[in-house]
Design a protein around this ligand. Structure first.
Ligand SMILES: *Cc1c(COP(=O)(O)O)cnc(C)c1O
Length: 401
């Protein structure tokens, strides 16, 4: 979680600016706030890094996906194609805006594949919620071809892919709307925070209003504003935005350090036969927050995880069984345990308890992801590489024996 590695005086300074005025609310109160607009500055910083025409800061990344879906015009009864490998917020966002998730296959990019999307299309498919996983990016040329051929609305959950890109375009900006997360575990954190992005003015205006009870934010009398759409409260506070601003300024340097450390770790591991890496659709666009190691098969990956646990090696995720990012762990979804009835329960949908996604099972079964730290020393990387190699070699020897 690189952002938090560098928490320091820059963050404190931005927070103090807000504490000086006591203006914790992001809108209005022009006189009291003394020129301090942290949410606006945070948004400007995100626009600078991503090249987005519009960016809107909100309370968290999960809210930002829901806002992206809703402002893109996706709602009740619409089918939205989603991946089985994502933080579950993607699926929750689709469910809670009233739409129906349809799971499709991922490939070795760890993201939905163009082929997987095509196979999941039905007459009710309205859009795709593509997730750029583990700091990388989906195979955008092929996906854009499918999206435009089938006239689908593309929304991107780039929750883990802030500052990554494909052929020079930031993840999150290929479709109608996109989202980034600034929670505690991402490349930059606001404590809690999210950013909605789009290049489309109308979509931005809807999102801006939707995320604040429908307010159009025109004029300086909040009570008398117009309400173009119904909305809800997904606002970010100035305190969170202040942290997000300071952290976002550090992202270019964090990304550079991540890339250097990831490259070093990959080079040290690549000599070991049986170890390969997930595919990056554009290696130059990697934000390098994870090294995604692929073992020959699921059994070997499980044994490698066991060997690493025995040896006390930390800092990795085995999503297939250990983490909350893969469909295998989503029992509440499979059993439709809901607090109250959701629109999806009134429509036809996949049998979520019996999804048939063999390719995704195979890819995630083989995957072990290591969080890259931007503050690693070369010695630390060398030690980690040695420990990974030992564990993988032991695991592979067991399998062939
Ligand atoms: C972190 C994350 C989210 C959720 O973001 P929050 O800010 O924690 O709400 C959504 N999608 C993906 C892919 C994520 O990694």
């Amino acid at each position: 979680m690189p952002g938090t590695e560098l928490f320091g005086s820059e963050e404190r300074k931005e927070i103090n600016d807000v504490l000086e005025t006591g203006m914790l609310f992001r809108y209005n109160h022009d006189q009291q706030r003394n020129g301090i607009w942290k949410a606006r500055d945070f948004e400007a910083e995100v626009r600078k890094i991503t090249g987005a025409k519009y960016a809107h800061a909100v309370s968290n990344g999960s809210a930002a996906i829901a806002i992206a879906l809703a402002s893109a015009g996706i709602g009740a009864g619409d089918e939205v194609i989603v991946p089985p490998f994502t933080f579950i917020a993607t699926v929750e966002a689709v469910l809670f805006i009233g739409a129906t998730p349809v799971f499709a296959e991922i490939d070795e990019t760890l993201c939905l594949s163009a082929d997987g999307i095509v196979k999941a299309i039905t007459p009710s498919t309205k859009g795709v919620c593509l997730v750029h996983m583990c700091g990388g990016m989906a195979d955008m040329d092929a996906i854009m071809e499918v999206v435009s051929k089938h006239n689908l609305i593309l929304v991107e959950d780039a929750g883990q892919a802030f500052a990554s890109s494909y052929k020079g375009v930031s993840t999150g900006l290929f479709g109608k709307a996109g989202s980034y997360s600034f929670d505690f575990f991402k490349i930059a954190t606001a404590g809690e925070g999210g950013i909605f992005v789009t290049n489309d003015e109308h979509t931005y205006q809807i999102a801006d209003a939707y995320s604040d009870h429908g307010h159009n934010h025109i004029g300086n009398n909040r009570g008398m504003e117009q309400h173009p759409v119904l909305g809800f409260n997904y606002r970010i506070s100035e305190l969170h935005a202040a942290v997000g601003l300071a952290q976002t300024r550090k992202v270019p340097a964090i990304r550079e350090a991540n890339r250097k450390n990831k490259k070093m770790l990959m080079e040290m591991l690549s000599a070991t036969s049986g170890i390969s890496f997930a595919r990056l659709a554009d290696p130059d666009g990697d934000s390098a927050t994870f090294l995604n190691m692929m073992l020959p098969d699921t059994e070997t990956a499980k044994r490698t995880v066991d060997e690493m646990n025995k040896a006390g090696v930390g800092g990795f995720n085995y999503w297939y069984t250990n983490m909350y990012h893969f469909v295998n762990q989503w029992d509440h979804l499979k059993e439709m345990r809901t607090a109250s009835k959701l629109p999806v329960e009134l429509t036809e949908h996949q049998d979520y308890a019996n999804l048939n996604l063999p390719q995704s099972q195979e890819v995630i079964g083989r995957l072990i992801s290591f969080g890259i730290r931007c503050t690693w020393t070369e010695d630390e990387v060398r030690t980690l590489a040695g420990n990974i190699r030992k564990a993988a070699e032991k695991a592979m020897a067991t399998v062939t024996a």
